[in-house]
Ligand binder design. Structure first.
Ligand code: SF4
Length: 698
């Protein structure tokens, strides 16, 4: 259809291609039939994108303390207050909290400004809440944050295991692809999730494990694979290290199947079926997501899964591999440019040779030398008065962070808070300076999806009011802070070329992230860029299978990591007897700042509903429809109760989306535990001890 622009959906890590056009003042969207992620499909959220473009509630002009200001005045103030904080208190007194909504070019400039020129690594992202444990697990096992699986592999697998992933609701188009393949080849689907989710409903086998017992389950599987003789000794000897230690700990942790069944609280016959299917199916893909990552032991859970794939050589091959799917559209792009406090850029860390390389590439003698504060600690530093200036971009931590009340307190105490976003949120209330950023459909750049595929997001409506792209706002502040030479950008293509060149700079193949062939794209070629999977090396076909035999550790070997089953950070007790799980709904996105604008999406779940196991509902004298108070050691939320047989006894589920803007109720962030995984810094959002009582009438 004429006038259609090829762009990408801004909601989830599937990264569907969208054709969008503006006609008669309305935005029309349809799935892009040529995009290799979705081949024309869209889910309920993606197909409603055109209904989220109204300007009601949009931020259209800069504001200082709630009063309209000019861009010059606002940016001067931002630059002056950040410079002053650094001068008076040192570079670690400032920080950025950014978002998987940012485009790669935005992320690149934010990271370069803070780490390279201000001189602190205090930049973290809401992706920390989403997949940081997978990043840490990948780095331990592979030596680099690599996702070795493509969507095609799900269609070529004979067994797909979904661990802590409600793919049907959270990555719907990928789930549709899986179901279509299942129709054709009879793929078996196993779901491992304490909750009977929509994905579990139509699985061949659902293991409703005790929350947090994933390591035990996969240690038991590792021991079973070794005992069954399906580990691959030649592969283990040639391409891995650490097998004996990993197996010994797995065997000690899970000495026999009956103890695993008991520990995981699943029927022994179901456990035996899962182990037998995994043992007998070389083409196995294990998909894992927030149910694995959002845990105080998330990194160990990831490595327990990776161990089982590596010892069988089921990695980097057609229809086989471990697959971490990301929640946000550009969580992967943020990882690539170093948008996490513990990464530098281009998948480099803080080792001396990498610091030297990035410092020379950026000509940045002031480069941060050590990792910065991860999300929870960043806000804690603000609360304690150590962080004097904080810039939040495109995210709503006042609702989405665990122990959100404490985060709001931190924002209230921080000397200077800048928020750049597209709409007013609970977080913008705390801003000293509010900057109107370009939204989806107005901004232009690249995103990378869960299978490492880079797509262009393109603008198809004019920028409203005085809105500006994030990379331009950041570059203007950088120039005002005295870094003009390093931030000369006049276009996003310039930034993309620089990012691509950094991935290839002095990279003799030791890093698999390599976009060298894109580092000299002409502007016109950048504009026309088709979706492409990395690596995109010079002189080589892009994409391809990674990690079949060579890993990014200096010796080229994968690490088998010994891991032990541990309990939750905070177990249930007499005061807080219910284990609260949380997650997404089918038709909502994050804190509903966009999807909440669409009545047909809201109609799926018009209010926050707490699903509580029948046994406890009866014990507490509660019925479906009751208004209940959910209380943890960290906060309270109100919700409508639904008695549910999808929850295990002693457990409940609350959606993560609601905030004070949409109802006088709060979502799961209000009660969540800020305890984090020691390696990844990812909070334990999936297991919060709570008590549930009838809400007092108001
Ligand atoms: Fe958008 Fe994800 Fe739905 Fe695709 S599956 S249309 S990327 S929300």
């Amino acid at each position: 259809m004429s006038g259609e622009v090829h762009t990408a959906c801004p909601y989830c890590g599937v990264g569907c291609g969208v054709l969008a056009r503006l006609e008669g003042g309305k935005v029309h969207v349809r799935g892009d039939p040529e995009h290799p992620s979705n081949f024309g499909r869209l889910c309920s959220k993606g197909s409603a994108l055109g209904e989220t473009m109204a300007l009601d509630g949009r931020l259209l002009f800069p504001e200082i303390k709630g009063q309209r200001a000019s861009w010059d005045t606002a940016l001067d103030l931002v630059a002056q207050r950040f410079t002053q904080a650094v001068r008076d208190h040192g570079p670690d007194s400032v920080g950025f909290y950014v978002s998987g909504q940012l485009l790669t070019e935005d992320y690149y400039v934010a990271n370069k400004l803070l780490k390279g020129f201000i001189g602190t690594a205090n930049i973290d992202t809401n992706s920390r809440l989403c997949m940081a444990s997978s990043v840490a697990g990948h780095k331990r096992a592979f030596g680099e944050d690599i996702v070795p699986v493509s969507y095609e592999d799900l269609e070529q697998a004979d067994l797909v295991v979904l661990v802590g992933s409600n793919l049907a609701w959270c990555h719907p188009v990928l789930h549709q692809r899986l179901l279509a393949a299942r129709e054709k080849r009879g793929t078996k689907v196993v779901v491992i999730d304490p909750r009977r989710s929509a994905s579990a409903e139509d699985a061949d086998l659902h293991l409703a494990i005790r929350p947090g017992s994933d390591v035990l389950l996969f240690n038991g599987l590792l021991a079973h694979l070794a005992a069954s003789g399906v580990t691959n000794p030649a592969y283990i000897a040639a391409h891995t290290t650490g097998f004996d230690a990993a197996l010994a700990l797995a065997q000690a942790d899970a000495p026999d199947r009956s103890r695993v069944a008991k520990g995981c609280d699943v029927h022994p016959a179901d456990l035996a079926r899962f182990y037998a299917w995994f043992e007998q199916t070389p083409r196995t893909v294990t998909v894992y997501s927030q149910g694995v990552n959002q845990s105080a032991h998330g990194t160990d859970k990831v490595n327990a899964i990776l161990n089982c794939h590596i010892v069988t050589g089921r990695i980097g091959r057609e229809g086989a591999g471990p697959f971490s799917v990301t929640g946000q559209p550009n969580a992967m792009g943020g990882r690539e440019v170093g948008g996490l406090a513990n990464q530098l850029a281009a998948h480099m860390g803080f080792a001396a040779p990498e610091l030297d390389r990035v410092s020379r590439f950026w000509n940045a003698p002031n480069l941060a030398r050590t990792p910065g504060l991860k999300a929870v600690n960043l806000f804690e530093a603000a609360r304690a008065g150590r962080l004097k200036a904080l810039w939040i971009m495109g995210t709503n931590p006042a609702v989405s962070m665990p122990d959100a009340g404490r985060v709001r307190e931190a924002l209230g105490r921080c000397d200077f808070v800048v928020v750049s976003d597209v709409t007013r949120t609970d977080t913008t209330r705390h801003a000293d300076v509010l900057l109107p950023a370009a939204a989806w459909g107005e901004k232009d750049g690249t995103v990378t999806n869960s299978e490492r595929r880079i797509s262009r997001q393109r603008a198809f409506v004019p920028l409203p009011g005085e809105c500006r792209p994030d990379w331009a706002i950041l570059s203007d502040v950088a120039r005002r802070m005295g870094f003009a030479a390093a931030f000369p950008y006049r276009s996003r293509a310039e930034i993309f070329r620089e990012h691509a060149a950094l991935t290839a700079f002095e990279n003799d193949g030791e890093r698999l992230l390599d976009l060298g062939a894109l580092s000299d794209l002409a502007d016109a070629d950048y504009e026309a860029m088709a979706p492409v999977q990395w690596p995109v090396r010079r002189g080589a076909q892009p994409g391809g299978r990674l990690l079949a035999t060579r890993f990014a550790h200096p010796d080229g070997l994968a690490r088998l990591v010994p891991v032990r089953q541990e309990g939750p950070a905070r177990p249930v007790d007499g005061d807080y007897p219910i284990a609260l799980n949380s997650g997404r709904l089918r038709d909502q996105w994050h804190t509903m700042t966009r999807t909440g604008l669409v009545p047909r999406l809201m109609s799926h779940a018009p209010e926050p509903v707490l699903d509580l196991a029948r046994r406890e509902a009866q014990g507490f004298g509660l019925e479906t429809g009751d208004l209940v108070q959910v209380e943890s050691a960290f906060g309270q939320a109100l919700a409508r109760l639904r008695v549910s047989d999808a929850q295990r006894p002693g457990e409940a589920f609350l959606p993560m989306h609601w905030s004070g803007l949409f109802a006088a109720r709060a979502g799961a962030g209000a009660v969540s535990n800020p305890a984090t995984d020691a390696l990844s810094g990812q909070p334990e959002l999936k297991h919060v001890p709570v008590r549930i009582t009838q809400a007092p009438l108001r």
